[in-house]
Design a protein around this ligand. Structure first.
Ligand SMILES: NC(=O)c1ccc[n+]([C@@H]2O[C@H](COP(=O)([O-])OP(=O)(O)OC[C@H]3O[C@@H](n4cnc5c(N)ncnc54)[C@H](OP(=O)(O)O)[C@@H]3O)[C@@H](O)[C@H]2O)c1
Length: 381
């Protein structure tokens, strides 16, 4: 049976890799919708190849060019952030792949779930900001969130056929980023160019900076808490620079299961789209004997405090994780614009969390308001 997939953020790192999977498994998937923030040339090539029924161009400044593009291919067009929901209505997908970045993916993801679609979720900030709402909606509608984060996908694979009540903890692995060995002083001098060079994964700019600060791992702890309904104390992080083991689960008898593979998101995306089925693909097999060693160490929370801020925010609950995410989005943008130093990213997040007044059990409106207010705070610091 062929599934209709709609990709929000089709021009990004995850979006383009998802299309690689769709191309290779075209007998299983048809692409019914695509969206970009503003990369019209790439979107043009994607339309030519995959023939979607409708597209979204989110950046309102590109609306005129987007209209010309849609007319050329005689397909439906929606624009702006609100247009992402309209795109879902127009395309009637079976699976929505949320591969946008930041809180931008929250509303369309909730809408996709409301429409009864499964969601293959890469955009982790969706669960960081609205995890409780999203999981509640998925349960209510009887649809699945399929994780496209290699760590959570690894955990889901390790849990196949296992009883959750026998789980002791999950261990999320982290490469440690490009600055794992730098002192605090050296961290203060790193440039965006250096931070954008990830040692093991090739990804979009924001997640690459989040990996360098370890905020990415903090987000994944929050994501794991929601996805697997686990108390935060049962989620640990281990630095594993080789990025061969993508995560582990430990059961009450002390048995550990791990998922290993080469670092290629193709595999993770394929696994999420087909879950729980497996199919042969062209991904290079992992050559175990060519690996020198697999090493593990504890994260250093003094040099990389963002990880501890994530634990703190999830313990606080409510809108604290919204403030965490908003402050991080602003601080990363300011770092990339060379307005602040690398070590000022955690300072801005700390300052924003300190000023934030948490609302517990927020609805969508309260989440969006907390996001707006925290952005203002983070800009002012
Ligand atoms: N890359 C990875 O290996 C990886 C792994 C695990 C999880 N993730 C998560 O997956 C998400 C996507 O990551 P990525 O690396 O693919 O990012 P990316 O390369 O920056 O791509 C983001 C996509 O979203 C679009 N977009 C950007 N801002 C938007 C907005 N405000 N509204 C709507 N669309 C917007 C972009 O359009 P333009 O092309 O026009 O900018 C692009 O298509 C992130 O949340 C990341 O943390 C990524």
């Amino acid at each position: 049976m062929s599934n209709k997939i709609l990709i929000l953020g089709s021009t990004g790192s995850i979006g383009t890799r998802t299309l690689d999977v769709a191309r290779d498994f075209s007998e299983h998937f048809s692409v019914c919708g695509l969206s970009t923030y503003g990369q019209l040339d790439l979107l043009n090539r994607q339309i030519e190849e995959f023939h979607p029924a409708a597209i979204n161009v989110t950046n309102p400044e590109k609306a005129d060019d987007a209209r010309a593009l849609a007319e050329r291919y005689e397909i439906r067009l929606t624009t702006g952030q609100a247009g992402l929901k309209e795109l879902i209505t127009l395309c009637e997908p079976d699976i929505v792949v949320t591969a946008t970045v930041g809180i931008a993916g929250l509303e369309p993801t909730l809408f996709a779930l409301e429409q009864g679609c499964d969601v293959a979720l890469a955009n982790k900030e969706v669960l960081v900001t609205g995890g409780a709402l999203v999981m509640k909606k998925a349960r209510k509608k009887g649809v699945r969130i399929r994780p496209i984060d290699s760590e959570h996908n690894a955990v889901a694979q390790c849990l196949m056929g296992q009883s959750l009540s026998k789980l002791r903890r999950i261990i999320l692995t982290a490469s440690g980023g490009p600055f794992r060995k730098l002192s605090k002083e050296e961290l203060g001098r790193v440039t965006p160019e250096q931070a954008l060079t990830h040692p093991t994964w090739k990804m979009g700019n924001k997640i690459t900076i989040d990996s360098a600060t370890l905020m990415n791992k903090g987000f994944e702890v929050i994501e794991g808490h929601h996805l697997f309904d686990l108390p935060i104390d049962q989620i640990e992080v281990a630095i594993h620079p080789q990025s061969v083991i993508h995560s582990l689960v430990e059961f009450v008898d002390g048995s550990l299961l791990a998922q290993l593979s080469v670092t290629d998101m193709y595999l993770t995306i394929q696994s999420a789209l087909f879950y729980p089925e497996r199919y042969e693909n062209g991904v290079k097999p992992l050559d175990l004997c060519s690996l020198n060693a697999l090493t593990f160490e504890k994260p250093d929370l003094e040099r990389f405090p963002c990880l501890s801020y994530a634990y703190e925010a999830i313990r606080e609950g409510g809108t604290a994780t919204v403030a965490l995410n908003a402050a991080n989005e602003i601080a990363v943008r300011r770092f990339l614009d060379k307005e602040i130093s690398f070590m000022q990213i955690p300072q801005i997040i700390r300052g924003t969390l300190d000023k934030h007044k948490t609302i517990s059990d927020p609805d969508l409106g309260e989440i969006l308001e907390a996001d707006r207010n925290s952005r203002e705070t983070a800009k002012s610091l």
